[in-house]
Design a protein around this ligand. Structure first.
Ligand code: ATP
Ligand code: MG
Length: 422
């Protein structure tokens, strides 16, 4: 089965918005075992959208378009595809009611222009949009096929542009629709293990021998390195391989040990929040070089309020002194980026907040400020808890945003390991 993706949006052509739909949709589809055979980006013009959809429909069983379903004059996807397929549009009263209640819930007046989003092409399946106003649409697109491919299916699935609308709509509605209308001949399952603290080659090295017997029998193993973590993906195709997935994952878990922090879509901050919840423990933060990123990541997790007491962003020396009581002498003797200062920050954050654990970070993000002894990228991360506070020194010589991300990742991992008893 061939799937083509068409990302519409002049902002994509201008480089103002990164085309994340392309990557995200391909990832979801390939994890399910579907094959994406072509991806195209086009500007928001009637001509570009029409010609691209017509072309893709000659080849593909499914054409997925993204963007252009909104109420503004550059949102042409619904109109142009309906016209291409010769389908008239009719207003759907249920969608008008949804749009009205969406604005009502936000105490905002409903602009008249938004009603256009309730126009549904004849014969289309409507995909509800609980996170926005424009619904998605699925249409039979065989009408625009000119080349003879018999009665082979051809569907066009139109999804809205904003990622927070597109993603749940795809997962909750398009995936079940695909399973029902275009089931795969061969079952495909993937399993992803998430690791941190070990580099990509080391992860691969650790798995090579333990997984050999599974790989020899056809199981697929892939790695994806991101900043601060490596994803290990096992893929089984067909009945015979399916039964290998669990034992192979078990073997991989054993080989990777404490490096595995989760399975599937979970991230490290969610893992840590869940571990704190299970343990009934609370956390406080004292951040210098990460500038609040750690607090930001933790508060992105629903339920963070049950485990996070709060935190200090003590960037300047005087803030470390005034708000956390780090002694002047300690800073003068060892410098702000040092083990004793990191330990003092963590201990103060724990005792002043009453939290069970506290994480503290102090480092040199660069590009200036490094010395031979403390090069750019040096960071001290301290953890205070029920036992003696301890600290580790790492050198994350990256650009500033990456330095902050990796350091926050290492701090989260330090706490994860503590909570897991590693
Ligand atoms: P809206 O109702 O917001 O107008 P829409 O369905 O008309 O939604 P677009 O106008 O094409 O969609 O895009 C809306 C926003 O969604 C864009 O400004 C952009 O921020 C984001 N977006 C669109 N396409 C992509 C993409 N391919 N990758 C990432 N983000 C995108
Ligand atoms: Mg729009």
């Amino acid at each position: 089965m061939a799937i083509e993706i068409i990302n519409t949006g002049s902002e994509l052509m201008l480089g103002r918005v990164l085309n994340t739909h392309q990557q995200w949709l391909c990832r979801q589809l390939s994890d399910l075992g579907y094959e994406v055979t072509r991806q195209t980006g086009v500007p928001d013009t009637a001509e570009a959208i029409e010609s691209c959809v017509r072309e893709s429909a000659q080849r593909a069983d499914v054409v997925i378009s993204t963007g252009g379903l909104g109420p503004t004059s550059d949102d042409l996807t619904r109109d142009r595809i309906a016209a291409l397929l010769g389908r008239p549009l009719r207003e759907d009263p249920a969608i008008v009611a949804h749009i009205a209640s969406w604005f009502d819930a936000r105490r905002r007046p409903m602009p008249a222009s938004t009603r256009v989003q309730a126009m549904v092409p004849e014969g289309a399946t409507v995909l509800a949009n609980p996170n926005g106003t424009a619904p998605g649409l699925i249409m039979d697109a065989r009408a625009c096929r000119t080349s003879g491919r018999g009665d082979a299916p051809c569907w066009v699935i139109m999804l809205p542009g904003p990622p927070r609308e597109l993603r749940p709509m795809f997962t909750d509605q398009v995936v079940p629709w695909l399973a029902q209308h275009l089931p795969l001949a061969e079952l495909c399952r993937t399993l992803t293990l998430r690791t941190t603290g070990v580099g990509e080659s080391a992860v691969e090295e650790r798995l090579r021998v333990p997984l050999r017997e599974f790989l020899d029998r056809g199981l697929d193993l892939a790695f994806c390195a991101r900043v601060g973590e490596v994803e290990v993906r096992l893929e089984a195709k067909g009945e015979a391989q399916l039964s290998m997935l669990s034992p192979a994952a078990e073997r991989a878990r054993e080989a990777l040990g404490s490096a595995v922090y989760g399975e599937g879509e979970i991230d490290l901050e969610t893992t840590v929040v869940r571990l704190l919840q299970t343990a009934g423990k609370r956390l406080a933060l004292a951040e210098s070089c990460t500038g609040g990123l750690l607090a930001n990541r933790i508060t992105n997790v629903p339920g963070a309020s049950t485990v996070l007491v709060g935190g200090w962003v003590t960037y300047a020396d005087e803030a470390k002194r005034a708000w956390l009581g780090v002694p002047d002498a300690l800073i003068a003797e060892h410098g702000a980026v040092s083990e004793p200062v990191a330990l003092a920050m963590a201990s103060a954050a724990a005792s002043r907040s009453g939290a069970d654990f506290a994480l503290a970070l102090t480092g040199i993000a660069g590009p200036t400020g490094g010395t031979a002894e403390k090069p750019v990228g040096t960071v001290w991360i301290a953890l205070a808890g029920p036992g003696r506070p301890r600290a580790q020194r790492l050198v994350n010589a990256f650009d500033r945003p990456t330095f902050k991300w990796v350091s926050s990742q290492q701090a989260l991992d330090m706490l994860r390991r503590e909570l897991r008893g590693f």
